[in-house]
Design a protein around this ligand. Structure first.
Ligand code: ASP
Ligand code: MG
Length: 412
């Protein structure tokens, strides 16, 4: 049996009109003799009646902090449950043999960290059984159950992760993530006019891009698919184009194994503040105290740069005031630079190649963009800049790495 996982996001299933495109995609796969597990998100976005945020509003979340997390999960799970039934019914009306399962029925077992539950195991026996009698099993994304049977959800945007988890455990041929964009882009098309979809990227590149602000897929889903070595595909619900293939080695599927581009895509995140704290060289504990203070307040820190005399790092804008207050309480004096943005150049092809950082620095300097801080790994170079330079910076890097042009692999 050839098995495919298809995941459709909230906007893809939002209206009957949109769902016609979903059904078209499902029919296309059935014509190729696949059986399908279709994972769905809740219908639409707030203020659509059954969207996740709309359901949360019914209990005044997040204003009322005394809400029980366990019950929030019962409420939020309704969105995906409704979506699975609606789509399954419409498929049946199109004479497609389909059935719907909740995450719990489908066998997604999690721990009991309500709202952010971690998948412990997947027991897909029921899905396997239903696939004997049906061509399509529609599974409610984002939700699971604890060992003892309580409903859980696995973190916002978690339907991608559901799709990957079932793809891995059922050893599907591919996990297709359908969305409203054509695939992973060389940069955010709202920032760079010549940004274009990429045909093949590696799991690692995609993970980096997803963590660095490219909102196209949940990074956890990529990690699960990578571990199981199941290819992922990100593609548009509304088009026949095959989108972006995510796999272990760029180009392997089409017979070429040598990455021919240093940088694959430019991602960015804005609304960041840089904190710079002077510490006394003789006070070794100060450095640890600073990070412990942040950790105790669940403030996530990034771009960490420690020297004997200073500690520099970034935090999201919305927690800046809180972070400063906590540090001042401990007697530190802090210099703050607000309205910063982080730009990331991601590419598996830069590993071991000298001169990439120089190319980035030159391109930015030439465009009068000041670099406030930088960091690098073997597949990513990050720079912190002023937010007012964001568009210039992203365009400069997109240009210098010629990301608007097709690569040799893509031309073949
Ligand atoms: N509906 C959930 C959310 O809005 C899960 C998802 O869409 O993936 O976060
Ligand atoms: Mg999503």
């Amino acid at each position: 049996m050839r098995l495919l996982i298809q995941k459709f996001g909230g906007t893809s299933v939002q209206t009957k009109e949109n769902r016609k495109h979903v059904i078209k995609q499902i029919k296309r796969a059935l014509e190729k003799d696949y059986k399908l597990v279709v994972v769905v998100s809740a219908l639409g976005r707030n203020p659509d009646p059954y969207a996740t945020d709309t359901l949360l509003q019914m209990v005044d979340y997040p204003t009322k902090t005394q809400n029980s997390k366990r019950e929030l999960d019962m409420l939020m799970s309704c969105g995906e449950t409704i979506a699975s039934v609606v789509l399954s019914n419409e498929l049946q009306h199109h004479h497609i043999s389909a059935t719907a399962l909740t995450g719990a029925q489908a066998g997604l077992i999690t721990n009991d960290e309500y709202n952010e539950a971690k998948i412990k195991k997947v027991k897909p026996d029921r899905i396997k059984h239903e696939l004997k009698n049906h061509d399509v099993v529609v599974v409610a994304g984002f939700q699971g159950r604890t060992e003892s049977g309580d409903i859980t959800t696995i973190g916002r945007g978690g339907s991608d992760t559901t799709a990957a988890a079932f793809g891995a455990s059922l050893r599907a041929e591919c996990i297709e993530i359908f969305t409203d964009v054509k695939g992973i882009m060389t940069a955010d098309p709202r920032v760079v006019d010549s940004a274009r979809p990429i045909d093949v990227v590696t799991y690692t590149e995609t993970c980096n891009l997803a963590y660095q602000g490219a909102k196209v897929i949940h990074p956890r889903a990529v990690e699960i698919a990578m571990q199981a070595e199941i290819p992922l595909r990100i593609r548009s619900t509304y088009s026949n184009e095959i989108g972006t293939l995510i796999t272990s080695s760029r180009g392997k599927e089409i017979g070429i194994d040598i990455p021919d581009r240093l940088v694959t895509s430019i991602a960015h995140i804005d609304d960041i503040s840089q904190l710079s704290i002077k510490v006394n060289e003789t006070d070794l504990r100060a450095q640890a105290t600073i990070f412990q203070t942040m950790a105790d307040a669940s403030i996530s820190v990034d771009f960490i740069n420690i020297s004997p005399t200073s500690v520099i790092y970034t935090v999201p804008s919305e927690v800046t005031t809180r972070a400063i207050a906590l540090l001042e309480e401990k007697g530190f004096s802090i210099e703050v630079t607000e309205n910063c943005a982080k730009v990331s150049a991601v590419g598996a092809g830069m590993t071991g190649i000298p001169g990439v950082a120089a190319k980035i620095a030159n391109a930015l300097v030439k465009n009068n963009v000041q670099i406030l801080q930088s960091a690098d790994s073997h597949t990513t170079i990050w720079v912190l800049i002023y937010e007012k330079h964001l568009k210039t910076a992203v365009n400069a890097l997109h240009d210098v790495f010629e990301l608007n042009k097709l690569t040799e692999i893509e031309k073949t």
